[in-house]
Design a protein around this ligand. Structure first.
Ligand code: SF4
Ligand code: SF4
Length: 409
């Protein structure tokens, strides 16, 4: 389905551009890839998950989706060549461990045999954790995988929305998986979805993760909609998320050298004038690409829809994919600044937030990010202390970068 037919996420914008039209010149590099070896298929049935049953899922009629050896081989070979000397492979789902341990053993063997001298390869994987054991832990340790493990808090909170297909809560299995990671000294962070189950409990969450020995957390706000601007019951409000971030910042600040919280790290990076790790604070949406199980490529995990398909790695080279007109069209959506963003004092670090969250009454890319109020609340609280801290650390005055007003395209 074409993105022009979006109800909630997209914008009506005229006829689609043919898939194979390209721009000339140097295209912005695809600096990492997010691979979905089992597509959106998952062994759980979390109450808030948006991946399955989406109207716009291009593979709806294909319940069995696994990346083949041939596709994996082509992916590793072509991407190592394109991305030399620094190559980042990130795996996500659905649930990527459903591809099986042999799939990942093959991945690292291919990386070893096809990589060139001096090439640095990083692997990361996001998982619900329920299949993890010592065999996975050993592989992840041996090859320095960075793991993102989904856990929304203590059992009573986590199990409110994170359950399997029989309706059983997942907490005990996630903890078992986490312990396998800890036993095998695997580098991991916690991915915590901030929903109505936990948005009013930032202190409880923070202390719980600390008690597990966790020192790296990524909070992911939940806003899914049943229609334009109509939040589903687990969705949080912008004000709730703003309060959550501010309280979490105050808990974290005295311990900032021991604990990492991705949103605050990203803010510090943006204030220091670096490119933040998270794409939501980038100027445009072109930093990564999603590779589906069959080799189809898309510009963002939230927009795996036929209308945004950029190509297929079995048919197209990475430079060709990077130059596709559709990639530019998608990338510049983030630059369609809402009038409020155009006068916002935080525009140079926020860049209008994430197009996925522009769920205004019209569901258009030009709308204001649903979490704008949250961003303003946390920026007002945190920019000052972060600037002072960075000034001390860097030995020179650090202030927010100036406003960007011109689209790079
Ligand atoms: S739409 Fe949001 S998640 Fe997707 S690339 Fe843009 S900022 Fe990132
Ligand atoms: S804080 Fe709000 S107004 Fe400011 S740039 Fe971000 S989304 Fe736009």
């Amino acid at each position: 389905m074409d993105p022009d037919q979006f109800h909630i996420l997209g914008q009506a914008s005229g006829p689609g551009i043919p898939l194979h039209s390209e721009r000339s010149g140097t295209a912005p590099r695809i600096s990492s890839i997010l691979i979905k070896p089992a597509s959106a298929i998952c062994n759980l049935d979390c109450g808030y998950c948006f991946y399955l049953d989406r109207d716009l899922d291009p593979y709806t009629d294909l319940p069995q989706r696994r990346m083949s050896d041939e596709t994996l081989d082509r992916l590793v070979d072509s991407y190592l060549f394109y991305s030399y000397p620094n190559s980042t492979f990130a795996f996500q789902g659905g649930e990527p461990t459903l591809a099986g341990l042999p799939f990942f053993e093959k991945l690292v063997r291919l990386q070893e045999t096809k990589g060139r001298n001096g090439q640095s390869v990083s692997n990361a994987l996001q998982t619900n954790g329920v299949l993890l054991d010592d065999n996975w832990g050993q592989l992840f340790h041996q090859y320095n995988f960075l793991i993102g493990l989904s856990l929304d808090g203590p059992e009573g909170i986590n199990d409110k929305y994170r359950y399997n297909k029989e309706g059983h809560g997942t907490h005990k299995w996630v903890i078992r998986g986490m312990e396998a990671l800890q036993r095998n000294k695997v580098d991991f962070n916690i991915l915590c979805v901030v929903s109505q189950a936990n948005v009013d409990k930032p202190r409880e969450l923070y202390n719980y993760y600390k008690s597990l020995g966790v020192d790296n957390i990524q909070y992911i706000p939940l806003a899914e909609f049943g229609g334009p601007s109509k939040g589903l019951p687990f969705s949080i409000t912008a004000e709730q998320y703003g309060r959550f971030l501010v309280e979490t910042f105050d808990l974290w600040w005295p311990e900032r050298r021991k604990m990492r919280i991705r949103f605050f790290d990203n803010m510090a990076e943006a204030i220091a004038g670096q490119k933040p790790g998270s794409c939501t604070m980038h100027e445009t949406c072109d930093s990564y690409a999603v590779v589906e199980y069959n080799g189809d490529v898309f510009p963002c995990d939230f927009f795996v829809e036929s209308g945004w398909k950029l190509g297929n790695i079995m048919l197209d080279s990475w430079p060709e994919i990077a130059r596709r007109n559709r990639r530019y069209r998608f990338a510049e959506k983030k630059t369609l600044a809402h009038p409020e963003c155009q006068v916002c004092e935080y525009q140079s670090i926020c860049h209008g937030g994430c197009p996925k969250f522009r769920h205004g009454p019209n569901g258009k890319f030009e709308d204001l990010d649903y979490f704008c109020q949250s961003y303003k609340m946390i920026f007002a609280r945190a920019v000052g202390p972060l600037q002072d801290e960075l000034t001390k650390l860097m030995g020179k005055q650090v202030t927010m970068p100036g406003r960007h007003s011109i689209s790079p395209y």
